[in-house]
Design a protein around this ligand. Structure first.
Ligand SMILES: [Zn+2]
Length: 237
């Protein structure tokens, strides 16, 4: 599905871009491709079982899987990063914050493989980033925003595209219902950190929010973050 010119959603079972198994809605997180003149940037890569579907979706848009140069990980959960080892074998370079790199390198409970009755295949992150860092990848300046809580490594990535400020937000907010926040069952879930992250994220204006699951927000995404903050403040005080 094309989101903006040269920006595509290529995976995600909640809205049926990929399909994992009957009844599954959260097995395969959203993955997105940014097409640059220097190659493709992927954001998250799904659980792994849907990799061929992701590739097929890409080919429909004339995006060759061989052109994926880098993949950013929003966090270590299986539905977002379970397929990373498959891309690694193809020479894709991974970029993530230290907490996520540490989790995916071990493949331990922080990656939640148990939740899907699967073994998380460990993977080494090639480039570590830190909060507030701006790095240029394939000619695109990408800003890193570390928003821990749903997991320790939760990170949003922001960039300008087609005169719009775009944020890849992972599971920092849930997007199935208004005002929802991400799943709170992770072994490294932290309520206090999460609330602080929502406070900080609620001050950031963007034009387009591409979340880890469900629908993309094309209008006033910050309001959704404010609603999630409100829910967190009500439920967690
Ligand atoms: Zn998650």
């Amino acid at each position: 599905m094309q989101v903006l010119k040269n920006l595509f959603q290529v995976g995600g079972d909640l809205n049926g871009i990929t399909f994992d198994q009957p009844g599954a809605l959260w097995n395969d997180a959203n993955s997105y491709v940014l097409k640059t003149a220097q190659g493709l940037i992927l954001f998250d890569c799904g659980c792994g079982d849907t990799m061929e579907q992701i590739f097929a979706n890409m080919r429909y848009w004339d995006l060759s899987p061989d052109d994926i140069r880098v993949c950013f990980l929003t966090h270590a959960h299986y539905d977002h990063a379970g397929g990373a080892h498959l891309l690694k074998e193809r020479g894709v370079k991974f970029i993530a914050i230290g907490e996520t790199a540490d989790a995916v390198a071990s493949g331990d409970e922080r990656c939640c493989g148990y939740l899907y009755h699967k073994i998380f295949q460990p993977v080494t992150v090639d480039q570590l980033v830190v909060d507030s860092q701006r790095l240029t990848v394939l000619g695109v300046e990408i800003e890193v925003m570390h928003l821990p809580g749903h997991s320790r490594g939760c990170t949003a990535f922001l960039f300008n595209w087609e005169q719009k400020r775009v944020v890849i937000s992972g599971d920092v907010i849930g997007t199935l219902l208004s005002g929802d926040f991400g799943w709170s069952g992770s072994i490294d879930f932290d309520k206090t950190m999460y609330t602080e992250s929502l406070r900080r994220f609620a001050k950031v204006d963007t034009d387009l929010m591409l979340p880890g699951h469900g629908m993309i927000y094309f209008h006033k995404p910050r309001r959704r973050v404010e609603e999630a903050l409100n829910s967190a403040l009500m439920q967690w005080r």
